[in-house]
Ligand binder design. Structure first.
Ligand SMILES: *[C@@H]1O[C@H](CO)[C@@H](O)[C@H](O)[C@H]1NC(C)=O
Ligand SMILES: *[C@@H]1O[C@H](CO)[C@@H](O)[C@H](O)[C@H]1NC(C)=O
Length: 374
């Protein structure tokens, strides 16, 4: 008897915790969900007023009128006076996902105003977008709504192919010591990515790549990103390929890539890690296929040299020397250069190509990969 009571109580506790965790899981995506609310429509004339909150006379103008145009015009506007959700003025600027269950049409609108009855006053174009035809006839729609994030984080990068249980060695490329300079690190991808902005170069830890999934040419690997997981500790991170390698599948930069996923130190002790990796989207804003703008400016007069990315110092010196001694008349440094990443041949040594430019030659543009802008 006593035992079955305990059992029942135990079951209730268990059931309670299951229900509780379900509610919690649900609560993380839906802050409020209100069913069968009344949505009216109104006229904010956003196109006429160019999304100007003051001209539209909305209550939230005092808070949000000065927000950038992109912010104001990102979503259609609504007034909000529902019970399930934030109240004015905290409601200003928040977003609602409004769904018409009849036709399952939904859209996200931004709260810019208050209202007196029902739950929302949707701007007319928004109302029309979810109206199944009954709304305008009846004077309102019955909708469900929930408060949603106006700026949801981007979805995780789609995972590409990968390998499991492969060896990752480490190499000390020293990006932290050298401002993430590809040329200082003598990495093979210097010709492709060495001139990218610092912000780009330092976005991820570095790795050399000699796995089986990408490749075999530098063009196939440079700049790509991998999500690397330490199979023992499950530490993971995203790294960028800056180099080729000779053994194992990866050669992780010691400080920016190897140690961060070697939290128990066992990899360092053993000289390598066993990892899984997957090719992922780097989420770079810039178009990785566009030619890389390399050279900014060299001021004439023979003395001042502007910023030259990734062409290394001796090389630069020889050019300046040539320029100063007037031997290189064909070097028109008033112009800009573009280095086409594609022009660096698919060898594993694109960087030495830069070295190979014959600074004694007359034709500065004979170096494969350099184009003169005309
Ligand atoms: C909303 O309306 C539907 C259809 O009339 C009904 O089945 C449901 O129970 C209602 N929900 C609430 C929370 O009142
Ligand atoms: C790195 O950049 C900083 C600031 O631009 C500069 O002061 C420093 O000398 C650079 N270090 C190296 C090794 O190039």
């Amino acid at each position: 008897m006593g035992r079955s009571v305990v059992n029942i109580m135990f079951s209730i506790v268990l059931l309670g915790s299951v229900v509780g965790s379900m509610a919690k899981a649900k609560g993380t995506t839906r802050v409020y969900l209100t069913e069968n609310a009344t949505a009216y429509w109104t006229y904010y004339y956003t196109d006429l007023y160019d999304w100007d909150m003051k001209k539209a006379g909305v209550a939230c103008a005092s808070r949000d009128a000065a927000k950038p145009f992109e912010w104001r015009s990102k979503y259609y506007w609504t007034a909000f006076c529902g019970s399930g959700g934030p109240s004015y003025p905290a409601s200003c600027g928040q977003c609602l996902k409004v769904t018409n269950p009849t036709n399952e049409a939904s859209l996200v609108v931004r709260i810019v105003d208050t209202c007196g009855s029902g739950s929302t006053d949707l701007d007319e174009p928004a109302f029309d977008m979810i109206d199944d035809g009954s709304g305008k006839k009846l004077g309102h729609l019955t909708v469900n709504y929930e408060v949603v994030d106006c700026d949801p984080p981007p979805p995780p990068p789609p995972a590409g192919p990968g390998e499991t249980d492969v060896i990752a060695y480490w190499s000390d490329y020293g990006p932290l010591k050298n401002n993430w300079s590809y040329s200082a690190a003598h990495v093979a991808c210097a010709g492709y990515d060495g001139g990218k902005p610092l912000e780009w170069r330092q976005r991820y830890g570095w790795t050399g790549y000699c796995g089986k999934v990408l490749g075999p040419s530098l063009r196939d690997i440079c700049g790509r990103c991998l999500k690397v997981t330490n199979t023992l500790t499950k530490d993971e991170e995203i790294v960028r390929i800056v180099d080729s390698c000779g053994a194992g599948a990866l050669e992780l930069d010691l400080n920016t890539a190897f140690k961060p996923i070697d939290s128990d130190g066992k990899g360092y002790a053993a000289g390598h890690l066993t990892v899984d990796y997957q090719v992922v989207d780097c989420d770079d804003d810039d178009d990785v296929d566009s030619p890389l703008r390399l050279y900014s400016q060299l001021i004439t007069g023979g003395t001042t040299v502007g910023l030259l990315y990734f062409i290394h110092f001796e090389f630069l010196q020889s050019l300046v020397h040539q320029f100063n001694t007037n031997q290189g008349k064909s070097l028109q440094f008033k112009e800009s250069f573009i280095v086409g990443k594609r022009a660096c041949a698919a060898t594993l040594s694109a960087y030495p190509k830069v070295d190979s430019w014959d600074s004694q030659g007359i034709d500065c543009c004979s170096w494969v990969g350099v184009y003169k802008l005309s």
